[in-house]
Design a protein around this ligand. Structure first.
Ligand code: SF4
Length: 187
């Protein structure tokens, strides 16, 4: 069994790879994208896998950060004046905000765990607030399937790291379910 530190190292490398790909796609679609720093409409109350939650909680504790009080599910507690206070450490979902995403059709149970869908299909989703000129009719002309974030691939890597983490004492202490980001407390 690997240590938590070794798993965290791989997790950070994974996040760095996601950001690299996100930067590549941002260059490709820059002319269509309207979101800028200060747009925080995607920053709602998220739930995270235990590994993601543990890694973010550790940063908050280590850096002595002070999450904002929980106001509503519309607002992440890591938002400070509409900027993310943990931006370099933000989890996968936050790094995908605003980009075109490739998914297999999915469904979730009450615990937020993904469940099998009969005959899933590939679909591209995008943020209407960001790609204001893209519609169902024009999306195929704008989004090249080679140049979208394949979330199945990223989630596969993340899921593997999370399963490893769940075998460690720290992972066992957190349990298997997704955890609200707002449970990260002020240090
Ligand atoms: S962690 Fe940061 S980027 Fe992610 S939802 Fe919260 S404020 Fe937004």
């Amino acid at each position: 069994m690997r240590t938590v530190d070794a798993i965290l190292k791989d997790y950070r490398a994974f996040l760095s790879d996601v950001s690299e790909e996100a930067a590549r796609l941002t260059e490709i679609y820059r002319e269509y994208m309207v979101c800028k720093k200060g747009c925080s409409q995607c920053c709602t109350d998220l739930t995270l896998l235990p590994l993601e939650w543990f890694a973010l909680d550790k940063v908050v504790q280590d850096e002595g950060l002070h999450p904002q009080p929980y106001v509503s599910e519309e607002r992440c507690t890591m938002l400070d004046n509409d900027a993310c206070m943990v931006y370099p450490y933000r989890p996968l979902i936050c790094r995908t905000h605003g980009l075109p995403l490739l998914y297999l059709t999915q469904d979730y149970n009450d615990a937020g765990i993904r469940i099998k869908v009969d005959e899933p299909e590939w679909q591209i989703s995008w943020c209407d607030l960001n790609f204001t000129d893209v519609s169902e009719e024009t999306m195929e002309d704008i989004f090249d399937p080679e140049d979208v974030l394949n979330m199945e691939e990223w989630n596969l890597i993340l899921g593997k790291l999370n399963r490893e983490f769940l075998k460690t004492p720290e992972g066992k202490a957190l349990g298997k379910n997704r955890i609200p980001l707002k449970n990260i407390s002020a240090s």
